[in-house]
Design a protein around this ligand. Structure first.
Ligand SMILES: CC(C)(COP(=O)(O)OP(=O)(O)OC[C@H]1O[C@@H](n2cnc3c(N)ncnc32)[C@H](O)[C@@H]1OP(=O)(O)O)[C@@H](O)C(=O)NCCC(=O)NCCS
Length: 300
């Protein structure tokens, strides 16, 4: 894989593994999210802490100036390539730098630490990049796999019935989800579904989870075996919501894109799904055409 050797960052930058998600740390991480206009909540940081590792860089006052998270996913699908992808994927998330500390190599240092962590565990690094992040990740040899667009709808009165709060059978959803991704994500799905205010839509051939974000409700993942089912699931979810809504949809979904426009959504920005595998590893591809909305750039 072609890669430009990344420029070394200044030696005095210390990347620290966050030992504990104290209220103070959570407040500072929350500030990073606010500065970037992102949608993550304290519960999301809780997932990175309980299921993965949060790395931070602090300023001279001990305040968190940069963050990154590594979220290991489960095993890859068994099969002919299991020996190559069996240790699975780890997701890199939450690469955030406080605006007053940008342009000093902090993102690069945190990112290097995330990659080292993933390589030490024999996993394949994957992520969903903003255009700003993509410029950095390309320098490390990350390969764009496919592109997606964030769609947003502003608040409006709900036009359909409320969605159930009761929890569906996690095993069934996790199985379809694993088929789509090519690796397991049951623990993350369980975390998203287990929140008291999370809702879901379940059809015979697809499902979606709706969770509350800092600024907007987020529909995703939306996994379905065909696009018309995905459209029906999205419409049911969107009709039930009255606040602002976000959904991140692969670009190659013409029916769903049209349905989003019809439902009042507008494109906001693009992301690139990217992966970095060694020569001995194979990126698990899954059934990508089953993925109609990702869980979010932070959760795959
Ligand atoms: C993207 C972000 C993390 C970069 O942080 P940073 O500490 O300023 O980045 P660094 O100083 O380590 O720069 C590393 C590389 O990132 C790229 N980069 C950084 N900011 C960029 C920008 N605004 N536009 C394009 N590329 C940028 C450059 O390639 C840079 O390499 P260079 O120094 O050789 O030019 C920061 O701007 C940020 O928090 N943005 C908002 C959140 C976000 O988009 N995060 C990425 C999620 S995928």
């Amino acid at each position: 894989m072609a890669s430009t050797e990344p420029r070394a960052a200044s030696a005095e930058v210390v990347v620290e593994k966050l030992a504990e998600l104290t209220p103070d740390a959570l407040a500072m991480l929350g500030e990073l999210v606010v500065h970037s206009g992102w949608n993550q909540t304290a519960q999301d940081w809780g997932v990175f802490c309980s299921c993965g590792t949060i790395y931070v860089v602090r300023d001279e006052q001990g305040r968190i100036a940069a963050s990154g998270a590594v979220l290991p996913m489960g095993e890859s699908r068994p099969g002919a390539l299991a020996s190559l992808t069996g240790r699975g994927v780890a997701w890199i998330s939450m690469i955030l730098v406080r605006p007053d500390r940008r342009g000093r190599g902090l993102a690069r240092r945190v990112f290097e630490q995330c990659i080292r962590d993933i390589h030490d565990h024999g996993r394949i690094a994957m992520l969903d990049a903003t255009p700003q992040g993509e410029a950095l990740y390309l320098q490390f040899g990350f390969e764009p796999l496919w592109r997606l667009t964030r769609w947003r709808r502003e608040a409006r009165p709900a036009s359909g019935p409320a969605l159930p709060l009761a929890k569906p059978d996690l095993d069934t959803l996790a199985e379809l989800d694993q088929e789509a991704l090519g690796f397991a994500r049951k623990r993350v799905l369980g975390e998203l579904l287990g929140r008291p205010d999370s809702r879901y839509v379940r059809h015979a051939l697809g499902f979606a989870i709706v969770r509350a974000g800092r600024l907007a409700d987020h529909i995703g993942p939306l996994v379905a075996t065909d696009e018309p089912t995905a459209v029906a699931v999205m419409q049911e979810a969107a009709a039930a919501l009255s606040g602002p809504v976000l959904i991140d949809v692969p670009d190659d979904r013409p029916l769903l894109r049209q349905a989003l426009v019809d439902a009042g959504f507008a494109p906001q920005r693009g992301f690139a799904r990217m992966a970095l595998a060694t020569a001995e590893q194979r990126i698990p591809r899954g059934q990508t055409h089953f993925i109609h909305a990702i869980a979010g750039p932070e959760f795959a």
